[in-house]
Write a protein that binds this ligand. Structure first.
Ligand code: BES
Ligand code: MN
Ligand code: ZN
Length: 489
């Protein structure tokens, strides 16, 4: 997988600044006060730092912005990055600083003079999250990524503070790699293998094959994959870091490795984007990796349904009726509304087997959520206000956009079928809500549940706060925090 950049933590050594190669970053607060390293950089550059911060660009810069001096006189570095940041910044300001530094870094090394900044760990978090590129399929030999040396007054403390965030950043990168991977490389089989490999980290991983899924009665999930040559699978990942016997939180992911639409075939333009239709499963996998890497003190189970939605002589037809594991029958009006068919069985299985204290499902479920919320917010649906609030709080704290949407009986009524218990689409109006209503039919009355429609945020065509264009890893940070804040004693 794409490895996060490496960090070392060291005492501040002012005399090392002149000879440091690559880039050097110094922090300057809004008042323009220079710390000891910035003062040395200023002296070496014959006052360039002072002139920069007395100028208009620095005055106009926002907290976390970076102004760069190229090939500074008197220094070996290729650039001096002057970061506008208070000694006690807000989390989002410190992360922004890290992100901006990562954008400039490229393949160069970086010496970050963090001094006694109270959010050095958040600067590091921003750096680690943004320093990502997916070049697996470029034949040119990739240049090794640069390394970061964090110079600060308490290196041991800062290093300890950074351990968990760096574990989570690795989870985010794992998710992005999965979501960016094309469907001929990430098949249901190779996806399951990548998850099985996480047993090394202390996760318990089971791969359920088609024969077992049939025995379990997962006719809904299996109907989606039956047109593909890739076998459908359900992967169960358990992290048991909490109290013995305590019921887990369940994370459920839609893992459609490619969504052609099936017999209800999608138009050609943009179909290539459907390599990201396993985004929900990708996020669940990244969270499980993060929890294992940071040895979270909680019981969490991740269950993902891995299928490929293809047209073929064996594919499900519009009008077919399938039977879910729950026993309810579904009239498949549109084979392109396949994600809900997968989730229905995976959610039922997870509740049946684990009796979770709460269940969160993630899915690139509807184009309609992009019409509603664009690429800034995921759609949040829930049957439990307290559970929902704790998620929204976690997402807000992590800077991941999330917006609650309504549920209601009238929407559920739109799923009425003439010949089966329900149909799989409710028509064009409120497309994201009727999709959520469909899912809710597979949520037990007493299971607190959140559905996250991440179609708009899983992969985007522009840079985002923490990621370059492509897969974002949206949700790994928020769900990791949800676990940390609510399920770890
Ligand atoms: N995977 C798509 C949703 C999607 C669209 C994800 C765009 C990411 C970007 C989903 O399976 C789908 O095709 N949904 C249909 C539902 C419709 C047939 C009711 C849609 O949104 O058009
Ligand atoms: Mn579809
Ligand atoms: Zn889909």
């Amino acid at each position: 997988m794409t490895q996060p950049i490496s960090f070392t933590f060291a005492e501040t050594e002012v005399d090392a600044i002149a000879g440091a190669e690559g880039r050097v970053a110094v922090l300057v607060d809004e008042g323009g006060r220079l710390d000891i390293v910035a003062r040395r950089a200023n002296r070496l550059t014959k006052g360039a730092v002072k002139r920069l911060i007395e100028g208009e660009r620095f005055a106009k810069a926002k907290p976390g912005d970076v102004l760069s001096l190229a090939y500074p006189v008197g220094m070996a570095a290729e650039a001096l990055d002057v970061v506008k940041l208070a000694r006690r910044p807000k989390v989002e300001e410190a992360r922004k600083a890290g992100v901006e530094l990562a954008k400039r870094m490229g393949k160069a090394d970086l010496v970050l003079a963090a001094g006694s900044n109270t959010r050095s760990d958040e600067i590091v978090t921003g750096l680690a999250l943004r320093a990502y590129g997916f070049d697996t399929h470029k034949t040119a030999e990739p240049e090794p990524r640069g390394a970061v040396t964090v110079m600060c007054s308490k290196p041991d403390e800062v290093k300890a503070d950074c351990a968990a965030p760096l574990a989570v950043a690795e989870g985010v990168h794992f998710t992005r790699d999965l979501v960016n991977e094309p469907a001929n490389h990430l098949t249901t089989t190779s996806f399951a293998e990548r998850l099985k490999d996480m047993e090394n980290l202390g996760l318990k991983v089971e791969v359920l094959e088609e024969a077992e899924l049939e025995k379990l009665g997962m006719g809904s999930l299996l109907s989606v994959g039956q047109g593909s040559d890739s076998p459908s699978k359900v992967v169960v990942m358990q992290w048991l870091g909490g109290k013995k016997g305590e019921k887990p939180l369940a994370l459920i992911g839609k893992g459609v490795v490619f969504d052609t639409g099936g017999i209800s075939l999608k138009p050609a333009a943009g179909m290539e984007d459907m390599t990201m239709d396993m985004g929900g499963a990708g996020v669940v996998s990244g969270v499980m990796r993060a929890l294992a890497l940071r040895k979270a003190k909680a019981n969490v189970v991740g269950v993902v349904g891995l299928v490929e939605n293809m047209p073929s002589g064996r594919a499900t037809r519009p009008g077919d009726v399938v039977t879910s594991m729950k026993g309810d029958t579904i009239e498949v009006i549109n084979t392109d509304a396949e994600g809900r068919l997968v989730l229905a069985d995976v959610m039922w299985y997870a509740q049946d087997r684990f009796e979770p204290v709460g269940m969160v499902d993630l899915a690139t479920l509807t184009g309609a959520i992009i019409i509603g919320l664009g690429h800034e917010n995921a759609g949040v649906f829930s049957n439990n206000d307290d559970f929902c609030k704790s998620f929204l709080k976690a997402a807000e704290a992590e800077g991941e956009g999330a917006w609650r949407m309504p549920l209601g009986q009238a929407y559920d009524g739109m799923l009425k079928s003439r010949i089966a218990d329900m149909k799989n689409v409710g028509g064009r109006p409120a497309g994201s809500i009727t999709a959520a209503q469909f899912l809710q039919r597979f949520v037990k009355e007493d299971t607190p549940w959140i559905h996250l429609d991440i179609a708009g945020v899983a992969s985007v065509k522009t840079d985002t706060a923490y990621a370059p264009e492509g897969a974002t890893g949206w949700g790994v940070l928020a769900l990791n925090r949800l676990v940390a804040d609510n399920y770890e004693g």
